[in-house]
Design a protein around this ligand. Structure first.
Ligand code: 3PG
Length: 212
């Protein structure tokens, strides 16, 4: 397995952030590191995303910066240039997937249906993002995927939080969980980095099953 994906699985909880100001990226990464979560998926839903990845890679050694909501090869190229360690796509896109393979870029492709899963597995991807998890049947749906796709492990995202993540973790084919509840817009707007550390700690404790 790719080393970056392996590290993400060890971390277990993958926070996601939508930055309106790239200057928040480093304080957020530091806030997460304090809770021993050394990764963040920075989405490209704002134009600050690429710059935010660049800031993290310049200032936070060892921290894994992911790029999320990547929907084109052009964006994939831009985030690679910015130093991104991995890419997350909302859906399975064969063109982006092939580009990632050719460019040694770890990819967590998004899937919701057996059709997409089969496509992704056929192209060699076995760690997949299940999105939007709560809308598409949640933990029950992931459990059903274990029959036909025993080789796949999932990172559910979409409506996950510290309260409901246990439902997902009960499935042996869930290796990590992701989402925006740790670096929420409310906390970002208040620049409440301590609040982010606390939420991150709470989530990690739930994932690990013991206090950190
Ligand atoms: C994603 O792209 O993974 C989702 O937007 C995360 O969903 P959430 O914001 O409900 O956690």
């Amino acid at each position: 397995m790719n080393k970056v994906i392996e590290k993400l699985k060890q971390i277990g909880v993958i926070p996601l952030a939508v930055f309106k100001d790239e200057k928040q990226a480093v304080p957020v990464a530091n806030a997460l590191s304090k809770a021993r979560i050394d990764t963040l998926e920075v989405t490209l839903r704002t134009e600050k995303g690429v710059k935010a990845i660049e800031e993290i890679k310049k200032n936070c050694p060892g921290f894994l910066a992911g790029a999320g909501t990547v929907k084109t090869v052009q964006q994939a190229k831009e985030v690679k240039e910015a130093g991104a360690d991995y890419i997350v796509t909302p859906a399975y896109d064969e063109i982006i997937a092939n580009w990632c393979k050719e460019n040694d870029m770890p990819l967590l492709p998004g899937v919701t249906t057996p059709y997409e899963i089969q496509k992704a597995v056929g192209n060699g991807f076995t760690t997949l993002k299940f999105f939007p998890a709560e809308n598409y049947g949640g933990a029950k749906t992931i459990k059903a995927f274990a029959g036909p796709f025993p080789e796949v492990s999932f990172m559910p995202t979409g409506g996950i939080n510290t309260e409901n993540m246990g439902n997902y973790l009960a499935n042996s084919n869930v290796s990590m969980v992701g989402g925006g509840w740790i670096c929420s817009q409310a906390l970002l707007e208040k620049a409440d980095y301590e609040g982010i550390t606390n939420k991150a700690k709470e989530a990690l404790q739930k994932f690990l099953g013991y206090e950190v």
